[in-house]
Design a protein around this ligand. Structure first.
Ligand code: GLU
Length: 370
C-alpha cells in the first residue's frame, strides 16, 4: 500500500479496461464502471484520551449500486488513500456480481493506525465516521462491514451511532456484527474458509489431492487464520506464514518445514494478526525476510494480507513447484505480475472469487436482519 509508484485505483482500472476490451463493452457502460458512482471524503475530529483533539481522514466510496445497495468493508490503516478505497470499492462490485448476490460495491476507510489507539479512541472514530455519512448509507443504500483492522465491535459502535441518528432499529445497516447482536454464525470464518473452498475446487480441476500439498501464506489476520485452519483439516500443510511484527515495525516470514502449529502461533499473535518474532524463534520457527513466503517450495501460495504484494519485482521468485495461487487479500497481485503468473501456467484464483465468502455470509446476515 505504501509502495512508491503503486496506485491501486489505476491498477483496478487497468484490469477493468482489459476485460472491457474483451467484452467490447459499449462506451457509456465503460465510462460508468471505470469510476465510482459517488464518494465521500471527510474529517473526523476525535478527542483523544490525553485531552488533545486529533483529526482523522475518512472515506466512503460507492462504486456501483445497479445490482443492489453498495456493499463492502471499512479499513483502518495508516496508509489508506482515496485511491485505495476507490479500487477496493470497484473490486467489491465485481465480487458481488461474480457470486451473484444482489449487492453493489462499496468500501470505506480511515487513515489511522489502531495499534496506537485505545478502544475508546477507536470507538470515537467509528462514531465520527458514521456521523459523516449517516444520510448516505443504510440498509437499502450502502451496507458497511469489517475489513483490515476492523472487527465486530467496531460494527456495533457504528450501528449504535446510526440508530441514534435515525431514531430506530436498523440491524441491516451493517454486517459482521458479533453473534448475539444480529451477527451471523460463521461470518468470522467465512472469508478464510471461502478461500480454501476455491482452492479445493482448483485442486480438483488440476487432479491434485490436498493431502499431497504444502502451502505458504502471507498474512496472519482473520482471513489467513481460518484459511490455514480449513486447509489443515483438508490434509494440507502450511510451512510458512508472513506477517507484521509490531515491535520491529516490519514484516517477517516464519517458517517451520514440518508444518506450522496454528494454535501455538495464535498464542503469540496480537489482535491484528502480528506475530512476535522472539516468541516465534522460541517456538522453533526460522525467521526469514518479509518476501520469503513467496519463494517457498510449495504447491499453493495464499496472499491473504493486503494489495500490491506480488509485483513485477518479486514475481520471478515464485518457486517452480507452485501450482495454485489463491488471492485471499484484495488486489495482492499487480497486472505485470499477473502476466508472468499466466505465462508460467500457474492456476490463479482471483481475489474477487477467492475471498468472496465473507461478503456472501454478510448478505445472509443482512437479509436475516431486515
Ligand atoms: N471486507 C470484506 C471484503 O473485502 C467483506 C465485505 C462485506 O462483508 O461486506 O470482501
Amino acid at each position: 500500500m505504501a509502495n512508491k509508484g503503486f496506485n491501486a485505483f489505476e491498477m483496478a482500472q487497468a484490469q477493468f479496461d482489459k476485460v472491457a476490451d474483451l467484452l467490447a463493452l459499449e462506451p457509456a457502460t465503460r465510462d460508468l464502471l471505470r469510476f465510482p458512482l459517488r464518494e465521500y471524503h471527510f474529517a473526523i475530529p476525535v478527542r483523544m484520551d490525553d485531552g488533545t483533539v486529533k483529526v482523522f481522514r475518512g472515506f466512503r466510496v460507492q462504486h456501483n449500486d445497479a445490482r443492489g445497495p453498495a456493499k463492502g468493508g471499512i479499513r483502518f490503516h495508516p496508509q489508506e488513500t482515496a485511491d485505495t478505497v476507490r479500487a477496493l470499492a470497484m473490486w467489491m462490485t465485481w465480487k458481488c456480481s461474480v457470486v451473484d448476490i444482489p449487492l453493489g460495491g462499496g468500501k470505506g476507510g480511515v487513515i489511522c493506525d489502531p495499534h496506537n489507539l485505545s478502544q475508546h479512541e477507536q470507538e470515537l472514530i467509528c462514531r465520527g465516521w458514521v456521523r459523516q455519512v449517516a444520510r448516505d448509507v443504510g440498509p437499502v443504500r450502502d451496507v458497511p462491514a469489517p475489513d483490515v483492522m476492523t472487527a465486530g465491535h467496531h460494527m456495533l459502535w457504528m450501528l449504535d451511532e446510526y440508530e441514534t441518528i435515525h431514531g430506530g432499529k436498523y440491524p441491516g445497516f451493517i454486517t459482521g456484527k458479533p453473534v448475539g447482536m444480529g451477527g451471523s454464525l460463521g461470518r468470522t470464518e467465512a472469508t478464510g474458509y471461502g478461500v480454501v473452498f476455491t482452492v479445493r475446487e482448483a485442486f480438483r480441476e488440476l487432479g491434485i489431492h490436498p493431502k499431497d500439498t504444502v502451502a505458504s501464506v502471507q498474512g496472519f489476520g482473520n482471513v489467513a487464520q481460518y484459511a490455514i485452519e480449513l486447509y489443515h483439516q483438508m490434509g494440507g500443510k502450511v510451512i510458512c506464514v508472513s506477517c507484521w511484527d509490531q515491535g520491529d515495525q516490519k514484516s517477517y516470514s516464519f517458517r517451520k518445514k514440518d508444518g506450522v502449529d496454528l494454535e501455538a502461533l495464535l498464542s503469540i499473535t496480537d489482535r491484528f494478526g502480528g506475530i512476535d518474532k522472539k516468541k516465534a524463534q522460541d517456538l522453533g520457527y526460522e525467521v526469514l525476510p518479509a518476501d520469503a513466503w513467496l519463494e517457498q517450495e510449495v504447491e499453493l501460495l495464499m496472499p491473504n494480507a493486503i494489495e500490491n504484494q506480488i509485483t513485477g519485482e518479486n514475481v520471478r521468485k515464485i518457486h517452480k513447484r507452485v501450482k495454485v495461487i489463491a488471492e485471499g487479500a484484495n488486489g495482492p497481485t499487480t497486472p505485470d505480475a499477473d502476466a508472468v503468473i499466466k505465462e508460467r501456467g500457474i492456476f490463479m484464483i482471483p481475489d474477487f472469487l477467492a475471498n468472496a465468502g465473507g461478503v456472501t455470509c454478510s448478505y445472509f446476515e443482512q437479509v436475516q436482519c431486515n
